[in-house]
Write a new protein. Structure first.
Length: 82
């Protein structure tokens, strides 16, 4: 029983470390891309992009049911690059 509890604690610690790494990765990607995600918008992919080259912010909202992953990625890259 103690061995099992120890294993559960080990797995929990590993998962906490993974979450921390993912949070850091997401933060880095957000910083590099200039995207501020709107997490309250659950029906679509939404947020705001800082277009640094033009000194402006562009709001976006993309319906994932109407666009492929490829189209979504291209739209976001287009917004990022200004």
């Amino acid at each position: 029983h103690l061995r099992r509890l120890k294993k559960i604690d080990e797995v929990e610690e590993e998962k906490k470390a993974e979450v921390s790494k993912l949070q850091q990765h997401i933060s880095l990607m957000a910083s590099l891309s200039g995207i501020k995600w709107d997490y309250d918008c659950v029906e679509s992919i939404a947020g705001e992009v800082e277009v640094r080259s033009k000194g402006k912010h562009v709001r976006f909202e993309i319906d994932p049911d109407e666009h492929s992953s490829y189209e979504i990625a291209n739209t976001l890259w287009g917004l990022i690059s200004g």
